[in-house]
Write a protein that binds this ligand. Structure first.
Ligand code: 6LW
Length: 508
């Protein structure tokens, strides 16, 4: 007898609302629906898009830049280059998304009537310099485009051309570095200019200014920064790059990025910059940001949990474009190198770069979203060499890989590359496994954030661990940059077939 799938149990509201490498959130509300976009850097497709009805549970509905003509990344574009900081807005019946490709096209605009796509061909905006572009429309229909710095010009968003000179608006708090991430809104009698400042590291924060017109003059809030965890012991650090939105009941909320450093000193964050939700109230015409914590306050509207993404992907699709939207590859997804047709029901990877140290490596992964987790994949590397990897960038990755005769644990940390262990492998397709366990007890100040175990499932002996590594070397504090860990499969040489790949949280 068929059994009905029970509805998902209401999850305890927790922060981050978008765990894993999901930085620079931009959010907009259309009726009862919320949509959110994030940065994606060197990964393809670009600009993941999420939907929610309660600001807490988000489901990825697509990626704004999912066709080669929309996302032109040279194969040697640096990691942490590529796609920076979108702004997503709804105006005149259309979704508008402006974003910067720092490795090519500069600022570009795409539009859609359905945020799940398709999104339009990009309109380039060469008159808009710099990063972190924002779009805001005033009552006359004039579109104001504001960028990091902070400067502004009138823009024709349909052509990407400026309609007037560039004017400096506000440089943020005197002495604070990097005034960036501007978002401009009309709220009540004022135009508010929300920015991030202090840099996207431990000094990050959110400040605001207001004016009677979108062009200023802007008066800074006396309480700036209105949100920051700089110089605190708070478990959420580097908070900044925010956007404001009203909840279903009309209350105000802030979506912002933050990181969760762990281990001893100085604290390593391995999941990248994540998206958090914080309450906002208003006092004397200024927003006051409430406590930002790992648990959310009781929300004055019903939670609407969404079904979890299935843990296992069997790649039973007819076209590459049908792969789940959370799968990301490096810089492109050329059908010459990725196929779901070569061996139906399997994902086939044809190597290009020599291994994950090459910027054009053939890799398909998903963001690590849990502090403790495991990934397993069934690989057939009989015609090549490939494996399962935890990747931060070209210079920082751990892998468990196999060819026709051997299985090996490999690592690259900066200029150091090593084969940690190798042994003959059992014949036939092989289940490779990576297990990541977050540090529970900090033994001393040097304790790392987590442990990464690389191994495989032996048909007779069960799980065989070939190497156990400190996870700190795959953290942003070691590698640098703006991204976070991505787990996935790759081909290092020849052709590798992947029957399935499974990601499971092991967080309690
Ligand atoms: C982004 C800037 C920032 O453009 O980091 O945290 C940069 N904020 O606003 C890359 O995400």
């Amino acid at each position: 007898m068929p059994t009905a799938t029970p509805p998902p149990a209401p999850a305890a509201p927790a922060n981050p609302v978008l765990p894993g490498f999901h930085p620079d959130p931009s959010v907009c509300r259309v009726g009862d629906d919320y949509y959110l976009a994030c940065s994606s850097f060197e990964y393809y497709p670009g600009v993941p898009l999420f939907h929610s009805r309660d600001l807490v549970h988000w489901t990825q509905i697509g990626n704004a830049l999912d066709r080669p003509e929309q996302l032109r990344l040279p194969l040697d574009a640096p990691s942490s280059g590529g796609i920076y900081a979108p702004t997503l807005r709804h105006h005149d019946g259309h979704f508008w998304l402006i974003v910067t490709n720092v490795s090519g096209d500069g600022n570009l605009i795409v539009t859609a009537t359905d945020p799940a796509g398709p999104w339009s061909a990009p309109v380039l905006a060469p008159d808009v310099p710099g990063i972190d572009p924002d779009l805001a429309w005033d009552e006359d229909g004039t579109c104001w485009c504001t960028v990091a710095g902070v400067s502004q010009r009138r823009l024709d968003p349909a052509t990407g051309r400026a309609l007037g000179p560039t004017r400096r608006l506000w440089s943020g708090t005197p002495g604070a570095k990097a005034p960036e991430a501007p978002h401009l809104y009309r709220i009540g009698a004022y135009w508010y200019l929300l920015i991030a400042e202090g840099g996207t590291e431990r000094g990050h924060g959110v400040s605001i200014a207001r004016a009677r017109t979108p062009e200023g003059p802007f008066e800074p809030c006396p309480a700036n920064p209105i949100q920051s965890h700089r110089s605190t012991e708070h478990p959420i650090q580097n908070t900044g790059h925010a956007d404001l939105v009203q909840g279903p009941d009309g209350s105000w909320w802030m979506l912002l990025l933050g990181v969760r450093p762990s281990g001893g000193s100085p604290g390593w964050h391995v999941l990248g910059r994540e998206t958090f939700l914080a309450p906002v109230t208003w006092q004397d015409g200024w927003p006051v940001v409430g406590e930002l914590s790992l648990t959310l306050p009781a929300l004055p509207w019903p939670l609407q949990p969404t079904p979890a993404v299935p843990a296992r992907d069997d790649f039973d699709v007819d076209h590459l474009g049908e792969l789940r939207p959370h799968w990301i590859s490096l810089r492109d997804r050329s059908p010459q190198h990725f196929s779901v047709k070569d061996r139906p029901g399997w994902l086939t990877l044809h190597a290009r770069g020599a291994d994950l140290s090459a910027p054009d490596a053939v890799f398909l992964g998903r963001r690590q979203t849990d502090a403790s987790c495991a990934m397993r994949a069934l690989l057939d590397p009989a015609e090549g060499r490939g494996g399962l990897a935890v990747r931060l960038d070209e210079e920082h990755h751990y892998g468990i890989e196999a060819d026709a005769v051997q299985v090996r644990a490999v690592a690259r940390i900066g200029p150091l590359r090593t084969v940690l262990a190798a042994q003959p492998r059992p014949p036939g397709p092989l289940v490779l496994r990576i297990e990541i366990v977050a540090t529970q007890v900090v033994r001393d100040a040097r304790t790392g954030p987590d442990t990464v175990t690389l191994g495989f499932d032996h048909p007779a002996d069960g799980f065989v661990a070939l190497a156990e590594l400190d996870g700190r070397y795959l953290s942003t504090e070691v590698a640098g940059g703006f991204t976070g860990r991505v787990l996935g499969v790759y081909a290092g040489e020849g052709t590798v077939h992947v029957d399935w790949c499974e990601y499971r949280s092991a967080d309690g």
